[in-house]
Design a protein around this ligand. Structure first.
Ligand code: XMP
Length: 509
């Protein structure tokens, strides 16, 4: 295992990804992790990330030099490299001009880090501060036309530092540099593969659960589906999956989930489908505020789930589909609450459980998908786009009614069908139809209409934190518009949302 110490840089998760792409397990920890904890984790290597601070800020002053005495190889990246220089007695200064973007770097190939790297290679730089003088016992192993220390090392102590970012794709040979660090310097064994992960997780679940009963809140989304199948392979009928249909699902979704996980499906598991549509619609009557809608849906969901859990009785464990990005606590800064998220994977321990099992907490989303394929879950479930816990409830602006739900479901169905026909479904990160609360005048068959406007949304994003509106081909938008207006009763206008995130959010509420 390699651990990444997060100093608040933008690419901390990307570094972890790159290590895992090398078949070595990697965890991200806040830089405040104690030395004792590092010793306990006993990693083969440590990577310091970049970060927004200066080494003269208090963050560095808090940092202990003891980490360099553990005998574990260290690679510092950007701020991480400056921190190494600063803590070990070098000098870090602020340059008169910053160095950003693709930069030619001359490297010394006798460094183990630069094995098989071209003598002049393009790297991605993003810094103003730089290492002016390296610490004693360090040598300079790379430079650029303006940066005297683009890399330095103390090979005897296995401490390496690079000013550029090897983890980003713009650093052309960055992956080779990381491979050199992971395989040659840290001597890691590349054995982190999905089949071994699946097999070992199944064994550890069996050990933990014994003869106990387990409950899984299944939404049909990728994470909870993969978690459910893993559990079912491990403990069979000791598992019960509860699928709450809140009446805010996409068209046919309830039946699709039941087809896979219910009696007729390939998995022999206890599956309970609770049709609670009416209950949700009643609770949502007259409610227009987005936050209130979210809270009502979340609360109602939990109440139903609790009721079902009580019916089953003496359940020891609850399964959650929590994945790695949900788990990481960088410990740096706290974001403002934009929306109170609810999803079935985020259920509080509202019912008495001995323990919560989170079999996917070590995986990134695409790794969860690979685990899903490994477990034989059908492609269309594995590659589903994200769907929010509150469902169509937050894609209908204003009050939610059964009539509006039907309109969104039908419009969304057409939109999804046409995007698939255009072979764009894997290219767009998320796309859906929503219902504006606007009604406007139109004319159809010589008649005046006064109907709803459907909003089409499609975004590209890698992390869903920021997103761009996708540039869909006009013919596609035109076709979808014509079909929606012709086929969905109650709609006479279709709008395309061109807003990015920020300033918009992906969902409309
Ligand atoms: P926003 O609208 O915040 O959405 O830009 C970002 C991503 O999160 C999804 N989303 C949710 N997922 N429960 C979820 O499980 C929620 O309450 C929720 N709200 C938004 C959204 O679909 C997008 O992928």
């Amino acid at each position: 295992m390699i651990i990444v110490l997060d100093f608040g840089g933008q690419y901390n998760q990307l570094i972890a990804r790159r290590v895992r792409e090398n078949y070595v397990y990697c965890e991200v920890h806040p830089y405040t992790i104690s030395i004792d904890k590092i010793k306990q984790l006993s990693p083969e290597g440590i990577i310091f990330t970049g970060g927004p601070n200066s080494v003269y800020d208090e963050q560095a002053a808090l940092y202990s030099k003891e980490i360099f005495e553990l005998g574990i190889p260290i690679l510092g990246i950007c701020y991480g490299s400056q921190l190494i220089a600063h803590l070990l007695g070098g000098t870090v200064s602020s340059a008169p001009t910053s160095e950003y973007g693709r930069t030619e770097v001359s490297v010394n190939n006798s460094s183990a880090l630069f094995n098989d790297i071209s003598p002049v290679t393009v790297c991605w730089m993003s810094h103003t501060d730089y290492i002016e003088q390296v610490p004693e016992d360090f040598i300079i192993t790379a430079k650029t036309s303006v940066c005297p220390v683009a890399a330095m090392e103390n090979a005897e102590k296995n401490i390496y530092a690079v000013q550029f970012h090897p983890e980003v794709m713009h650093t052309v040979q960055g992956m080779t540099m990381l491979e050199n660090f992971i395989n040659n310097i840290c001597n890691c064994v590349p054995n982190w593969t999905m089949d071994t992960f699946v097999a070992s997780t199944i064994n550890s679940i069996r050990d933990k659960v014994g003869a106990g009963k387990v409950l899984c809140a299944l939404s049909g989304g990728v994470d909870s589906s993969v978690a459910a199948v893993l559990l079912s392979k491990a403990i069979g009928k000791q598992l019960t999956c509860v699928f709450v249909d809140h009446g805010l699902l996409r068209k046919n979704e309830g039946d699709e989930v039941e087809a896979v996980f219910g009696k007729e499906g390939p998995y022999d598991l206890n599956f309970i489908r609770v049709d609670a549509s009416q209950q949700f619609y009643e609770k949502l009557t007259g409610v227009t505020d987005p936050e209130q809608k979210r809270k009502i849906i979340g609360e109602e969901f939990i109440r139903i789930f609790e009721k079902e859990a009580k019916k089953i009785g003496s359940v020891d464990y609850l399964v959650q589909g929590t994945i790695y990005p949900d788990v990481i606590e960088s410990g740096l800064g706290k974001a403002a609450v934009i929306k109170s998220h609810h999803n079935v994977g985020g259920l509080p321990d509202c019912v008495d459980f001995k323990e919560i099992i989170e079999p996917l907490r070590l995986l990134f989303k695409d790794e969860v998908r690979r685990a899903g394929l490994e477990l034989g879950i059908p492609d269309y479930l594995v590659f589903r786009q994200p769907f929010p816990g509150p469902g169509l409830g937050i894609r209908i602006i204003g009050e939610v009614t059964a009539e509006k739900v039907k309109i969104v479901q039908d419009a969304d169905w057409i939109y999804r069908e046409e995007i698939k026909n255009a072979n764009l479904d894997r290219e767009i990160s998320q796309y859906f139809a929503a219902l504006s609360n606007m009604r406007s005048v139109g004319v159809m068959g010589d008649e005046r209409t006064y109907d709803y406007a459907v909003v089409l949304r499609a975004v590209t994003t890698s992390d869903f934190m920021t997103a761009e509106s996708a540039e869909l081909p006009w013919e596609l938008l035109h076709k979808v518009t014509t079909r929606i207006v012709n086929e969905v009763k109650g709609v006479n206008r279709v709008l395309y949302d061109c807003t990015g995130k920020p300033p918009g959010t992906i969902e409309l509420e």
